[in-house]
Write a protein that binds this ligand. Structure first.
Ligand SMILES: C[S@@+](CC[C@H](N)C(=O)[O-])C[C@H]1O[C@@H](n2cnc3c(N)ncnc32)[C@H](O)[C@@H]1O
Length: 218
């Protein structure tokens, strides 16, 4: 068995719902780096692929984005979309959250954003979908815009290597047990002709390794 189908991903994340926020115990260290290096203060239009409960978006809107910046999030799970819409309701004039069928964002206009964010989503997509989403991110970003990613990755030390290996072993056998996620290394998926790497970091929290990538669209 490979990665979750779109239907399975929807069912899985509808079931997980607000419990997704409990993953902050290891995700926050990596997403803090995305916030640090994503230069969100100068952003005008942020797009997030797989926004979950809207927790990252809320932090962006509260503390990082200017009053005129716009946020748009998409997610495959109706439960997540509802949670995110509720969470962002006080920003309704400049934040919208849309339900999708899981497909890469081919319908979004070219040059429509200057930040393309995706946290802990690529690690549950097929390699083919990761490549397509990256192609779309490149199309959607204005020249000089930033791709900002965080996700589960291969380990960096003894413990995190073992933890990553166990997740990688469990995922094909029982993907729902690990939310469909497995460790992914993003750098080989970012052609130098399209992306200029600005920051690449690996951090470990509670044994779980995460990768952070901030890359400028060439
Ligand atoms: C592990 S959660 C991460 C949520 C959020 N980004 C965060 O960091 O808390 C993965 C999210 O991606 C969404 N998702 C999974 N596959 C998707 C797809 N093909 N298109 C859009 N969203 C997807 C899930 O519904 C879920 O909200």
């Amino acid at each position: 068995m490979g990665t979750l189908s779109y239907q399975q991903a929807r069912r899985t994340y509808d079931r997980i719902g607000s419990l997704q926020d409990s993953q902050r115990f290891y995700e926050d260290r990596a997403t803090a780096l995305v916030l640090l290096h994503g230069d969100f203060g100068s952003a005008e239009s942020v797009f997030e692929f797989g926004c979950g409960t809207g927790r990252f978006a809320r932090r962006l809107l509260e503390k990082y984005l200017s009053d005129t910046a716009h946020y748009r999030g998409v997610d495959i799970s109706p439960t997540m979309v509802q949670l995110a819409q509720d969470r962002l309701s006080s920003y309704a004039t400049r934040a919208d959250v849309i339900l999708t069928e899981g497909e890469p964002p081919t319908g979004e206009p070219a040059g429509s954003c200057d930040r393309f964010v995706s946290n802990y989503v690529f690690d549950l997509l097929s390699h083919e979908d990761i490549r397509t989403v990256l192609r779309e991110a490149h199309r959607m970003l204005r020249p000089g815009g930033l791709l900002c990613l965080a996700g589960l990755t291969s380990g960096t030390g003894f413990t995190s290597r073992i933890v990553a290996s166990v997740i990688g072993w469990v995922q094909p056998k029982c993907p729902a047990l690990v939310g469909g996620c497995r460790p992914v290394d993003l750098l080989p998926l970012l052609p130098e002709s399209q992306w200029q790497l600005q920051h690449h970091l690996k951090v470990v929290a509670f044994g779980l390794p995460s990768e952070v990538v901030v890359a400028k669209r060439c």
